[in-house]
Design a protein around this ligand. Structure first.
Ligand code: S3P
Length: 182
């Protein structure tokens, strides 16, 4: 059976807390629809040659948010793509502005407790030294995710693959993801 390919009319940002499944969803959606996907963490890791957590620790919150904003700026300049955003990107004012004005934001909702269950290696992320800190950080960010969200999807008890299909349907209905006529 022939596969339907799609194009995006604007960039799509996947935002949400760590462990929501944004990276996997972006890859699945891209593979399924024949789109380009991008990931702020992976791009920065390649550029600076260290893990996102190491970068965060070295550059500090402000420096890290600035790098994220620069990365997002590059992403929105090219062909529209599915962009998996680092969980804390909403803490950066410049990144918020880009997300608000340059594309469509999908908030992938996950609770702090589910996030902790899903992330197998807590050492790979900042803030995971205690559950109290994870909950607190999430609490601060939820209003920002909500404010930016054009649509919210709930990732509880769902696999990233299933979420990708859900997001695909939403994007088609919104007229953002369009089948390519052959
Ligand atoms: C961070 C989330 C991480 C990564 C960095 C900081 C955060 O991304 O950008 O470690 O501040 O929440 P994921 O959401 O992909 O884990």
């Amino acid at each position: 059976m022939e596969r339907t390919l799609y194009t995006l009319t604007q960039p799509v940002f996947l935002i949400g807390f760590m462990g929501a499944g944004k990276t996997t969803m972006a890859r699945r959606l891209a593979r399924e629809c024949g789109l380009i996907c991008a990931d702020t963490d992976r791009c920065m890791e390649r550029k600076y040659g260290m893990s996102a957590k190491e970068l965060y620790e070295q550059a500090g919150e402000e420096g890290f948010r600035q790098m994220e904003a620069e990365t997002l700026e590059e992403f929105v300049q090219g062909e529209p793509r599915i962009i998996a955003c680092g969980g804390g990107i909403v803490m950066g004012e410049r990144s918020r502005e880009i997300i608000r004005t340059c594309g469509f934001a999908v908030y992938v909702h996950v609770t702090a407790d589910e996030s902790a269950e899903r992330i197998s290696n807590h050492d790979s992320r900042p803030f995971f030294h205690s559950m109290e800190s994870v909950r607190l950080v999430n609490q601060v960010r939820v209003p920002l995710y909500e404010e930016l969200a054009d649509v919210t999807v709930d990732s509880s008890s769902r696999t990233s693959g299933r979420m990708a299909y859900e997001v695909k349907d939403i994007l088609v209905k919104e007229g953002i993801l369009c089948p390519v006529r052959k």
